[in-house]
Ligand binder design. Structure first.
Ligand SMILES: CC(C)(COP(=O)(O)OP(=O)(O)OC[C@H]1O[C@@H](n2cnc3c(N)ncnc32)[C@H](O)[C@@H]1OP(=O)(O)O)[C@@H](O)C(=O)NCCC(=O)NCCS
Length: 180
């Protein structure tokens, strides 16, 4: 007899999916419905995200899909313009956190950006979000600047972080701006 998968546990065999293709925007819509309302507001997950995914214009978004549960475990993505990416979203379902999925998902996303010639990835994070900051630092992001009181409810500084592609070109971000 096959063992049933506990509702709160992602199975092995997770796969990476392109959330801008096929029926994935709808799957993201369902995933968003399972997110706590405060998380939806804090991380910009709502109908406009689903529309952005469906339009597939600037956005590049990837998800970790659990076929055993027929559900997403998490998602990451943002915009890609020329050689720069702006990561707007990284989210792992709360019951699946602290199991290496956030690292796996972001590392895969960055690897795909690198492979497609993106030279710098930017993101912004609340100063108090130490968990995300640890993860970003460990994947090579560096602090680039501080946006004072950028966030509200509660008021807080935003940290702008950047990760350059290390293709033997140490100052790719500087070169990028000189080229423009
Ligand atoms: C940030 C987030 C994506 C991390 O996902 P995750 O799957 O739990 O992370 P992982 O298990 O892959 O851990 C990656 C690293 O994050 C850090 N981390 C994760 N959970 C942590 C915790 N509870 N305490 C301290 N550090 C933690 C560690 O550096 C960890 O690396 P390590 O395991 O080598 O120590 C997840 O917490 C999340 O979705 N949070 C809400 C959304 C959010 O804050 N997104 C970022 C917005 S900018």
């Amino acid at each position: 007899m096959s063992e049933s998968i506990p509702e709160n546990q992602a199975s092995s065999g997770l796969r990476s999916v392109d959330l801008t293709s096929g029926l994935w925007p709808e799957v993201v819509g369902k995933f968003i419905e399972t997110m706590p309302i405060e998380d939806r507001q804090a991380f910009g997950a709502g109908p406009s995200l689903v529309m952005e995914l469906a339009s597939g214009r600037l956005g590049r978004f990837e998800g970790l899909y659990d076929p055993g549960r027929a559900a997403l475990v998490g998602m990451v993505g943002g915009w890609v313009l020329d050689y720069e990416a702006e990561i707007h979203l990284l989210y792992i379902r709360s019951l699946d956190r602290r199991r290496g999925f956030g690292r796996k998902l972001l590392a895969s996303f960055l690897g795909n950006l690198d492979a497609s010639g993106v030279r710098a990835a930017y993101l912004e994070v609340r100063e108090s979000n130490k968990i995300a900051r640890f993860l970003y630092y460990s994947l090579g992001f560096k602090l680039q600047g501080i946006r004072k009181n950028y966030y509200q409810n509660p008021n807080e500084d935003g940290l702008v972080m950047v990760r350059e592609v290390s293709s033997g070109n140490e100052s790719s971000v500087n070169n990028l701006h000189q080229e423009k």
